[in-house]
Write a protein that binds this ligand. Sequence first.
Ligand code: NAD
Ligand code: DAU
Length: 339
Amino acid sequence: MPVLLITGGAGFIGTNLTRYWLENHPDWQVIVYDKMTYAASHRNIELFEGCPRFSFFKGDIADRQSLEPLLARADLIINLAAETHVDRSLMDPESFLRTDLIGTYNLLELHRKYRDKKFIQVSTDEVYGSVPEGKATEDSHLNPSSPYSATKAGADLLAIAYFKSYGVPVIITRCCNNLGPFQYPEKLIPLLITNALMDLPLPIYGDGKQVREWIYVDDHCRALDIIADRGQIGQIYNIGTGYERDNLSIATQILNLLNKPLSLIRFVADRPAHDKRYALDWQKLKNLGWSPVVPFEEALKRTVEFYVSNVTWWREIRESPVFRSYYEANYGWRFQDSR
Ligand code: NAD
Ligand code: DAU
């Protein structure tokens, strides 16, 4: 039975990818290896506990000793393990350096020994920095703005160097902003939905005119599947959709879906070095036979429905000390200033 190892599989995309893979590849085993940082939830792992083709190991991608026996058993490795929140990277960059850069280096080092295993390094469109017009292709200049995107860009460069220098069979993917179930409620969409459900103000940085390109998480999972199957080793694939939306219009749509007043929107101090727009050219992936199937408005509706029906899941997170202290540090002064 072939084995997929998902590092960082207990977070947002990992939980959706685990479910996607178990459902769509009944002949595969899935192993999740995750450090269980604040961004992971034990409830995500519990979803799969009854499945004999699923197993979970707690560990850090920086710990080669505990990772090696799992990697040795795997046929395909998809690395999702990362610190992922831009605002946290602005407050405390060190953990981003440790995981996103050194952690990926550790995985690449292990892959020098196990060169028969395909390795997908999941990167991000943020490595291109702001794209004021047109679209970023895989050959565009890397121009990261935050410690988060800088460490992701560094990991990409290292992965390319390991392919060229040692023949490590790595493929890099750069996806746009995901939305869907199980996203930690510090990110824009789940934060706005859960704030609206609690009748709290919805913080919008700056003028809210910044644009992101959005993908439903299942479409991202399908793209990873196709890239694992048909992608070329040593290549980079952008994963985009063309669904560009500004933050203010997303806040408005969420409030409308929940029948809440638009007066909950609160303009607050901007994020430093805030990228104005992300936009990807994903023709290379289209050539492999992929295109998105869930339009943005449908994706947002499904996402809102998830948070409405899974209050226990997000309340446990929002009431945790780690979330509360982050919220106070990131928003306390912003809401004060906005009054
Ligand atoms: P997430 O923050 O929800 O999950 C990250 C997971 O990695 C968590 O389960 C966490 O416990 C785990 N982790 C963190 N440090 C680890 C370590 N040292 N060892 C092992 N596990 C560790 O993130 P996500 O949104 O699911 O993102 C997954 C990946 O996809 C990241 O690499 C991110 O850069 C990339 N990505 C995300 C998006 C998006 O919109 N969410 C878009 C493009 C790319
Ligand atoms: O583009 C892919 C990236 O998308 C991933 O690599 C990152 O891991 C993921 O976190 C996400 O990064 P963003 O910075 O785009 O996502 P975030 O949800 O933090 O913010 C989305 C937009 O909303 C951005 O323009 C900032 C704005 N924002 C965000 C928050 C949390 C607000 O206006 N208010 C907020 O409270």
